[in-house]
Design a protein around this ligand. Structure first.
Ligand code: FE2
Length: 285
């Protein structure tokens, strides 16, 4: 059940068939070659975010935010991802779902390729993850074996210098929205909280619940966009303003990661895959 009613799963099949036909028609053309090259041309996006109420000890806290890696679907991305990520040092790794690309592939294939891509990253603190709509529930155990703490409708408390920062992760709200997710979102409202949620589709609820920051993915930034970066399709049913990059919802700041990987077709147009390095700052330092 989705936030606004049952998710229309019947739409998946025709879309997959249409993608397959489009891919087959494009494959012998230079357009396909260009789109594939674009998909391999990853970007490291680095920025600071001023967050009112950020506990003093977390000023300068660095998060590597990855999403929608889907590396089993497009393993050629692994060397590009590894060199993109090499040498990054952060306090926390936040993975906002869709590690898996194709359901028929073993989960360990997707996670193994992700760990290969992460080999030269140094994460001083926790590795937190939530599941996406492509991830089966068994992904939670596999990620846990790789050292991730998987947040399914619960939160983790980070403590530093006597301060606390709470990170809440929900099950994928695009496919598996539940009352438990809504309940988890509303808890600990007197604390400074960051939400990790696969899709931006509950940004309004998170803002109403008092979150300072919302990190998500799911849209791939459109993946195939018109010139200027306007997505042709985002698969969002609500919160359309949060389709890509930085946005604001009331008092909350959000970031919709454009995803490291691709799905549907191994192509990108007017859009690039990315890894985001986010530094948290107290306003008016
Ligand atoms: Fe995805």
């Amino acid at each position: 059940m989705g936030r606004d009613g049952p998710f229309a799963r019947w739409r998946h099949k025709p879309l997959a068939v249409a993608m397959g036909i489009a891919g087959a028609l494009l494959k012998p053309t230079p357009v396909y070659t260009r789109g594939r090259r674009n998909a391999l041309d990853l970007r490291r996006v680095e920025f600071e975010l001023e967050l009112p109420g950020l506990p003093a000890s977390f000023d300068g806290y660095r998060i590597l935010h990855l999403s929608d890696t889907h590396l089993d679907y497009f393993p050629e991305l692994v060397p590009a991802a590894r060199s993109l990520l090499a040498g990054i040092e952060v306090d926390m790794l936040a993975l906002t779902g869709d590690v898996q690309g194709l359901h028929r592939n073993p989960i360990e294939q997707a996670t193994g390729l992700l760990m290969e891509a992460l080999q030269d990253v140094r994460v001083r603190g926790p590795r937190l993850a939530v599941l996406g709509n492509h991830d089966p529930i068994a992904m939670a155990d596999v990620l846990a074996r790789e050292g991730f703490e998987v947040l399914i409708n619960r939160s983790a408390v980070l403590e530093q210098g006597g301060d606390r920062l709470r990170v809440t992760g929900l099950d994928d709200v695009n496919s598996f929205y539940t009352e438990a997710a809504q309940r988890a979102l509303g808890e600990h409202e007197d604390e400074f909280r960051i939400a990790l949620i696969h899709s931006p589709e509950v940004a309004d609820d998170a803002d109403a619940a008092g979150y300072a920051l919302y990190l998500c993915g799911h849209t791939h930034g459109g993946q195939i966009c018109l010139p200027g970066g306007r997505p042709v399709m985002t698969r969002l049913r609500r919160c359309h303003h949060a389709a890509s990059g930085l946005w604001r919802q009331g008092d909350m700041i959000g970031y919709t990661n454009r995803g490291l990987g691709v799905a549907g077709l191994p192509l990108r147009f007017n859009s690039r895959g990315e890894a985001a390095v986010i530094t948290l700052r107290r306003p008016g330092r």
